[in-house]
Design a protein around this ligand. Structure first.
Ligand SMILES: Cc1ncc(COP(=O)(O)O)c(C=O)c1O
Length: 387
């Protein structure tokens, strides 16, 4: 029997792995010290746990533990990277380069920087959601202080040519920040090999708890300096003041350690499932097309275009299957996806796309069930539209 309801929205968030919960539990009631109060054993123990998690997270991306700054999540990490670099390097220049398909945490921070008098170049993308490296090279000027391009897109799963971007940034002595929220813990990320200077991540996207994330900030070759966004007790190398969220940090560390051990095997499984899902939907439903890159993509992502099917209405009615539209919902309105709109197929496609995000809670039966549910629903809707 297939287990219902089915959760296939793992890009939005993931369930916390039971092993992560277990690792966290003692840090609520037993080891509850303030990790910044190291004059007694309570604080020392809490601090040891924080440092252990810092190591686990650093290992996952091949960084040094002291290069990991804990934050409340990727939104905050993105904001520190953009505002922090813009302020710290204001003496060098006032120009930032990013991309039109970034998450709002980067795009809205960039817009705010524009309001504050900075100049921002928004690189366009091709039909698969990839930037043109020549366009990036051409955009760099002597005033450019930061390039921020996401490692993996949260809607269409397309992977950026991170290594190439890192090389270009280094050649021009520009800081390279990547929002790797959807990539870390799912595909290999190596900040040394990829020449990444700053990297945003979030625990709840890799089976850790919500409300805890990190920003990797390179300490050497070159040393990156950022201005803080929050001021206070000077925690986290002075970059992120505030009492450390010890249980959250411990959970993040455990989630990172589990991902390091298991992600390669899971990626093979997810790639098979998303390919099966796509070909089965293509076979059964006329006009289905993939949004995003066919190969340079997150293994657990499938984003499809269903011509003539308004995706918002489509998913609201799906009781047993939790998937997502290509739309970015704000509290006030439902806008068509800025990511799919940027692929150049016209606005209709941005209203008629669905995102599947597979994860550890899924199995082969659920994948087959998802195909049938979507097929039947499309069939009924199209019949209704035609009649
Ligand atoms: C690419 C990307 N960046 C940033 C975020 C924001 O992450 P958080 O929820 O940790 O603030 C998300 C989450 O949706 C994301 O997918």
């Amino acid at each position: 029997m297939v287990r219902l309801p089915i959760y296939m929205d793992h890009h939005a968030t993931t369930p916390v792995d039971p092993r992560v919960v277990e690792a966290m539990l003692p840090y609520f009631t037993e080891v509850y010290g303030n990790a910044a109060s190291k004059d007694h054993l309570f604080g020392v123990e809490a601090n040891n746990a924080v440092e252990q998690a810092r190591k686990q997270i650093a290992t996952l991306i091949n960084a040094k533990p002291e290069e990991i700054i804990f934050t409340s999540g990727a939104t905050e990490s993105d904001n520190i990277a953009l505002f922090g670099a813009a302020e710290k390097y204001a003496g060098k220049g006032d120009h930032i380069i990013t991309c039109v398909t970034e998450h709002k945490a980067v795009l809205d921070a960039a817009k705010r920087l524009e309001q504050m008098g900075k100049r921002v170049t928004y690189l366009r993308v091709d039909q698969y959601g990839r930037i043109d490296l020549d366009e990036l090279r051409d955009a760099i000027t002597l005033q450019t202080v930061l390039i921020s391009v996401m490692a993996a897109n949260n809607e269409i799963g397309t992977l950026a040519p991170v290594t190439e971007i890192g090389k270009i940034a280094r050649e021009h002595s520009v800081i390279f920040h990547t929002d790797a929220t959807q990539a870390v813990g799912h595909i290999p990320i190596d900040v040394q090999q990829m020449q990444i200077d700053c990297l945003s991540m979030s625990a709840h996207k890799l089976y850790g708890p919500k409300g805890i994330g990190a920003l990797y900030v390179r300490k050497s070759n070159p040393r990156v300096r950022l201005a803080p966004v929050l001021y206070g007790g000077g925690h986290e190398r002075g970059l992120r003041s505030g009492t450390p969220n010890v249980p959250g940090i411990v959970g993040f560390g455990e989630a990172a350690a589990i991902a390091k051990r298991e992600m390669d095997k899971l990626a093979v499984q997810y790639r098979n499932w998303t390919e099966q899902l796509f070909s089965a939907l293509q076979e059964r439903i006329e006009g289905v097309a993939r949004n995003g890159h066919p190969t340079a993509r997150l293994p657990h992502n499938l984003n499809i275009y269903l011509p003539g099917i308004e995706s918002r209405a489509f998913i609201v009615d799906l009781q047993d299957l939790a998937i997502s539209t290509g739309s970015a919902c704000t509290t006030a309105s439902v806008e068509p996806s800025h990511v799919i709109a940027a692929l150049g197929f016209g606005e209709q496609r941005a209203h008629c796309s669905l995102r599947f995000g597979l994860g550890r809670s899924n199995d082969a039966e659920q994948v087959a069930y998802a195909v049938e549910v979507v097929k039947q629903k499309v069939f009924l809707l199209r019949k209704f539209i035609m009649s």
